[in-house]
Design a protein. Sequence first.
Length: 562
Amino acid sequence: MKTKFFSNIIIPVSISTALVLSSCNSLLDREEDSFIDKTATFDSYNRTKQYLTYAYSLLPEGLNRLSDGAMLDAATDDAEFAIETANVQQFNNGSWSALSNPDDHWNRYYAGISKCCTLLENTNHVNLDITRLDPNKQVEYANNLKDIRMWRAEARFLRAYFQFELLKRYGPTPIVTSTLSLNENYENTPRPNMKEVVDFIVKECDTAADTLELTPWRNNNDAFGRATKGAALALKSRVLLYAASPLYVNFGDLNESNKPSDASLWKAAADAAKAVIDLNQYELATSYGDLFKNDFQNKEYIFVRRYGANSSFEKSNFPISFGGKGGTNPSQNLVDEYEMLDGTAFDWNDPAKAAQPYINRDARLAATILMNVASFKGKNVTTFPGGADASPNPNATKTGYYLRKYLNEDVNIQTGGGSGGHVVPLFRLAEIYLNYAEALNEYDPSNPNIAIYLNKVRNRASLPNVVSGLSQDEMRKVIQHERRVELAFEEHRSWDVRRWKIASSTLGSPLMGVQIAKKATGGFTYAPTEVEHRVFQPKMYWYPIPESELLKLKKWSQNRDW
C-alpha cells in the first residue's frame, strides 16, 4: 500500500488506517514518499466522503478536551480542576513551556489542514460512472455531483477553521494551501504577518459561504454537524472580531496599556456578525438551560460538534456522591458575575444577599453550576462540611461548586445507560449577537443596536434591559460581562481575556471558592475564600511555538519572552 507522510501525519490509501492514527510530528516535515496512489481513496465516492468525515473529527473537542478529562475553562478564572496532578494545572501555576504545553495542538490542526488540502486536490478523481452511465440514476448522479461541490466547500471551511485555531494560540503561522512536496524547501519560509493570515481565513470563509447552503442540503440526521453557509459566516465573524481586538492589532506588543483601536477593523467585524443575523436562519432558544440538553436541531445552533452515546463526560464531572470524579469546579469568581434578577450586581457586603447568595439570580447560574443543596438527579448536592460532596472526600470540589452545564441527568454512571450523546455548540446565535454588540460599541458607541442585541441575550435569562446612558467604557464592561456568563464553559473565556489584554487581572487573579458553615439554627453561612494563587505572565498571551517546529523554520524566532 502506498502512503504519503506529512511528518508522521499519514494520508493512506485505507481510511480505516487513518482513523486509528493518534500521533504525528509536524505537517512541515517533508514527505517520505513522493508518490501516493490516490486512486483507491478518491476514486470511491464513499471513501472520499469518509475522508472528509475524518477531517471533521479533527475539529476542537468541546468536552474533557485536555488530559485527565479537564476542560480548558479550568485554566481560567472560571474554574478549577479537582485533580491536582492533571496537566491543566501547568497553566495555573505558570510551569508550562514550549516543551510542555497542555493545549499544544499544532500537529492536530496542521493534520486537519493537510486532510483538507488533499481532498481539495483530488475530488476530481471521484468515479461516478455507476450513476453517470445509468439512465435511471441521473437524479442520483446530479446529487453526487452536488455532494462533491459541497464537500469541497466544507473542506475550505474546515481549513479556515484549523488555521484560526492555530492563529489564536500561536499567532501567525504558515499558511498551507497544498500538500507538501518532497522537493520543496520550508526551512527559510518567512513568518506571515497577522493581516496575511486573517485575510486568508476570511477569504476561505467567503469562498465556502458562496457554495454552502443555509441548511444541510441532504436534510438528514447525518448532515447535522456539517458546515453550512451560516457556519462559514459565523467563523468569519469570530475571526474579524478577534482581529480587531487589542492583542491582534498589536501582535508582538505584550504591554496591557490601551492603544487607539482601528475603527475600520471593528466595522468589518460588526458587518460580518450582522451578515449572520441577516440570514434569518437562527433564533434564540426560549430557555438557556434547554440549549445544553443535546438537541442538535435547536434553532440557536449554527455549527455544532456531536458526540455519540457515552457517559465519559458525566463520569468526569458528576459530583462525587453521584458516582462522578467531580472534575470541573466552577469558581466563586464566576458565580459572583451572575446578576440579581433586578439587574443589580451581587454584593457580598449586602447582608441579605450574602445570607442567601443563590436566590433571585440570573437564570443562567442554576443552568450552569451546581451549588450547595441544589437538586440533581432527585437528590441534593451537598458541599457543606460533612456533606457527601465536600472535602475531605476524594476529588471533592475545591471551590464549593460542581459543573451543571452539558451534564445529562439521565446517565447511570455505573451502567452507562441513559446517555443520549452530547451536542457542543461551536457557534450559536447568542455569540453572534454579542460579537455584533461588541464591535459596534468600539466604533459607533451611540448605535442603538448595541443595547438591542445585548438585551435579547439578557432578556432570555429573565434580566432587565441594560441601563441606558452608559459610556463606551461602561458598555464595554457590560459586554465583557455578558460574554463571560452567557458563554461560560464554551471555551471563550481563555481567548477573550487574552484578546482584550486583561489576562493579568483575570487569569492572574486568585481563584476563589466559597466557605460554607452550618448554622446551629439551621441553614448555612457563606463567605468567599481563596482556593489557589494563579500565575499569568505577559508572554502567556500567546502560546510558545513548539521547539521542534523552530528547528525547521530557520527564519522564525520564538514568540516573545518564551
